[in-house]
Design a protein around this ligand. Structure first.
Ligand SMILES: Cc1cc2nc3c(=O)[nH]c(=O)nc-3n(C[C@H](O)[C@H](O)[C@H](O)COP(=O)(O)OP(=O)(O)OC[C@H]3O[C@@H](n4cnc5c(N)ncnc54)[C@H](O)[C@@H]3O)c2cc1C
Length: 484
């Protein structure tokens, strides 16, 4: 698919190097004394499949910029391991952070050598009820494994669009994806959540059992607990319908205004999603549009994107794929490591003049050696289904406000470029803010950074969320991701 042609740096996934079972937990590796002591006393309490390591190689992050730097990584194997680890941390006053896909780009992480990372990666199953209308996703499952499980069970589950992202990591902030025009936000499809709370208890949270916590978890999840598994609506579909047509079109710089206008004016049917990128292809900055149309392999997809192709792309690729292959076109975005201080903004509209200014900023930045993997992107979705529920239905605050999530991703390996990258990111974000079409600045939490006023992330829900934080996490155990 198209992204394989882009000049995006590829990093191999780090393997489970440095990991050691608890039975022989103290290896010859260097570790600080505190970490070794934790491993010795916590290890015997955990399941046989759990392991620990003194490096994050077992839990690589998408970006090293401001990444957590824990003294110990606990690789849990059961949901009870999470509970036991949180209880242990509470008893011993140890900071902790759960990690799922490791793609959170917020700059609010501050876990240091005295802290413990709970790597949820071992909790990666997705199971279904008999008629495939409900699925239970464990807390460390990646989008790839959820999509694969859904496809092989003749069903669809609303997930994010990138295979490598934590499925629940994305959903607990709201959950945008290419199927949301059909099924709504990820949070709208949740049925129950198994949660380890800050107090070190295991709860099954539903609208009936804990109404307020249920509301808070669905939009501000990482502030209220570790979700060890979630039951979510799954949608049985025939094999013929379980796929999507995806078109990718490259345009040149002189077409920016026409392309942006066409994307902004596109009539987004429920089956559709549209993505616009600035990227570097074969050494040249280009404008790329990608359109997705879920359903059977017929002419609906090409017809739906006719206004985009009418602009006159210089390169065009289109194909229908079964749903377990659709996300593959974004796999190059999944590359771990390097520095990617991303900045995001929620948009109600795309304004051509703004995107011209952003193009100029982009071209200036990628002129710096080693930055050609950088990108600017925006994802736009049909919002009607999402807006059948009121704003008050979950703590995700922007369902009636945002149509598109935009992000600028400076991408490089040389830390000396950090200052230039941050300046570029903030500058692009300012341009978006100026013409966002929203009454106030409004950013999907999973695209935010943490330097915004928290009203930009939590909207009018901020005060209620702060009150609930006082109830459910009064001492701020979950204080790493846009902490309330
Ligand atoms: C390449 C890329 C593609 C993306 N695509 C999409 C997309 O299509 N749709 C979308 O909505 N978002 C998307 N995002 C944004 C994504 O939702 C956020 O980056 C999200 O925070 C990533 O979750 P993670 O589990 O991968 O990251 P992590 O860094 O592991 O987690 C982020 C935060 O969530 C918490 N968390 C994760 N899992 C759990 C859990 N089970 N219980 C409690 N807390 C948990 C962590 O503790 C951490 O605080 C994308 C991001 C990237 C980098």
């Amino acid at each position: 698919m198209f992204f394989n042609n882009l000049n995006i740096i590829q990093f191999g996934l780090l393997l489970l190097q440095g990991s050691t079972t608890f039975a022989k937990h103290i290896s010859s590796r260097t570790c600080n004394n505190c970490s070794c002591a934790i491993a010795e006393t916590l290890g015997p309490k955990l399941s046989a499949g759990a392991s620990c390591s003194y490096s994050t190689a077992a839990a690589p992050r998408w970006s090293e910029f401001d990444a957590p730097d824990p003294g110990l990584v606990v690789n849990v194997a059961t949901e009870s391991d999470v509970l036991i680890t949180v209880q242990y941390c509470n008893e011993n006053n140890i900071s902790f952070l759960a990690q799922n896909g490791g793609h959170g780009w917020g700059q609010t992480f501050h876990l240091g050598l005295e802290g413990l990372l709970i790597n949820l990666g071992g909790l990666n199953s997705t199971t279904f009820n008999a008629d495939k209308t409900e699925a239970t996703i464990q807390g460390g499952a990646l989008v790839r494994s959820v999509v694969d499980a859904a496809y092989s069970n003749g069903a669809q589950i609303p997930t994010g669009n990138c295979n490598c992202v934590g499925a629940l990591g994305a959903i607990l902030g709201g959950g945008f994806g290419r199927l949301m025009g059909l099924y709504g936000l990820g949070v709208d499809n949740l049925l129950s959540l198994n949660v380890v709370t800050a107090a070190g208890t295991q709860l099954t949270v539903t609208p009936e059992t804990e109404e307020e916590l249920w509301w808070a978890l669905r939009g501000a999840g990482p502030n209220f607990g570790i979700v060890t598994s979630a039951t979510i609506t799954s949608y049985p579909v025939t094999t013929a319908e379980n796929g999507a047509w995806v078109g990718s079109w490259i345009f040149t710089e002189d077409q920016i205004e026409d392309v942006v206008e066409a994307v902004n004016d596109l009539d987004l049917l429920p089956e559709m999603a549209v993505f616009l990128y600035y990227a570097v292809s074969d050494g040249t900055p280009v404008v790329l549009v990608s359109g997705s149309y879920a359903g059977a392999n017929n002419s609906d997809g090409p017809n739906a994107f006719a206004s985009i192709t009418a602009v006159g792309p210089v390169v065009e690729e289109a194909a229908w794929s079964p749903f377990d292959e659709v996300n593959a076109s974004g796999d190059s975005f999944c590359a771990k490591g390097g520095y990617k201080p991303a900045y995001g903004a929620g948009l109600a509209q795309l304004v051509p003049a703004t995107w011209r200014s952003i193009w100029n900023e982009f071209v200036d930045f990628i002129a710096i050696n080693g930055t050609s993997a950088s990108t600017v992107m925006v994802d736009c979705y049909p919002m009607e289904k999402t807006r059948t529920l009121p704003d008050s239905s979950s703590s995700y605050p922007w369902r009636s406000t945002i149509n598109c999530n935009a992000a600028v991703i400076p991408w490089y390996d040389d830390a000396s470029l950090n200052a230039a990258a941050v300046s570029f990111g903030k500058s692009v974000r300012s341009l978006w803010y100026e013409t966002s079409g929203t009454a106030t600045n409004a950013t999907y939490i999973n695209y935010a950074v943490g330097d915004e006023p928290y009203s930009v992330v939590y909207g009018d829900n901020l005060a209620t969320l702060e009150t609930l934080k006082g109830v459910w996490d009064p001492t701020g155990k979950f204080d790493q991701f846009f902490p309330l």
